[in-house]
Design a protein around this ligand. Structure first.
Ligand code: SF4
Length: 250
């Protein structure tokens, strides 16, 4: 008899990913600039490069002081993920990318071009603790939560790929994000809400997506749904009901 995966709400503790600009709020970014001996308005310039121009390359940042920008960008934009493999389908209109995170944990994101939109399916957890019996990720158990910056980086890299014509040729704007990759997004509540805020905030504080174009898919963690409803961000919630009650299948 095979062992069934069990429901696992708490994420195992593992080494944290490096702190990244996208993890920080306004005040923390200003404090970081002070640590580097820079005025706080530099944080806004960095945010503009990151969210609006989708770049972390100091050579693109002509408005930053020449001698400071190399060390600064290395410190604030540490690499969070490396591309392991990328598979194409639908004549290049779908790109499925496998990423290795700082601790070599692997996660996937999928970028899809449709006639009216380009959609990214992001991963919010490495593995998943919800143990849905039909789902391959659910059989893996939960390895760890992703940080906000690890989710936001999936979006930045996809938005850049779409802009640069990697989705079957023509440049397109990433318009939609769905939290339907690995993991139960509401079980990684803080990072997912921080990511949603960055998705819908106008540039330079975020990617400026419409709230109608952001979908958080959940198996139905009711306390987290109640909490999310009070956040004041009217994104779409997709509820995936797998059973008529809360009892675990025997
Ligand atoms: S919540 Fe989603 S990712 Fe997690 S086990 Fe269920 S179907 Fe799979």
């Amino acid at each position: 008899m095979t062992d069934r995966p069990v429901l696992q709400m708490a994420a195992p503790r593992r080494g944290k990913p490096p702190q990244h600009f996208a993890d920080l709020n306004h005040d923390e970014r200003a404090a970081l600039m002070r640590e580097h001996g820079l005025p706080s308005f530099r944080a806004k310039q960095l945010a503009n490069h990151y969210y609006a121009h989708l770049t972390v390359d100091p050579d693109d940042m002509t408005d930053l002081p020449g001698d400071a920008k190399g060390p600064l960008t290395e410190a604030v934009f540490p690499p969070l993920m490396k591309k392991v493999t990328q598979a194409e389908a639908d004549g290049g209109a779908t790109l499925k990318t496998l990423w290795a995170l700082h601790d070599n944990v692997k996660v996937e994101s999928v970028l899809m071009k449709y006639p009216e939109r380009a959609t990214l399916c992001v991963t919010s957890q490495a593995g998943c603790g919800m143990a849905c019996p039909f789902c391959a990720t659910g059989q893996m158990g939960l390895t760890r939560n992703l940080s906000a910056a690890e989710i936001i980086e999936q979006v930045r890299l996809a938005a850049r790929a779409a802009r640069d014509g990697d989705l079957g040729g023509d440049p397109v704007r990433l318009s939609n994000v769905v939290f339907m990759g690995m993991g139960e997004p509401l079980a990684n509540y803080k990072a997912v809400i921080a990511t949603v805020r960055a998705l819908v905030a106008p540039a330079p504080e975020g990617f400026g997506l419409s709230t109608r174009h952001v979908t958080v898919s959940t198996v139905g963690l009711v306390p987290a749904i109640d909490k999310a409803a009070k956040e004041g961000i009217p994104v779409t919630l997709a509820l995936s009901l797998h059973a008529p009650d809360d009892e675990a299948p025997q």
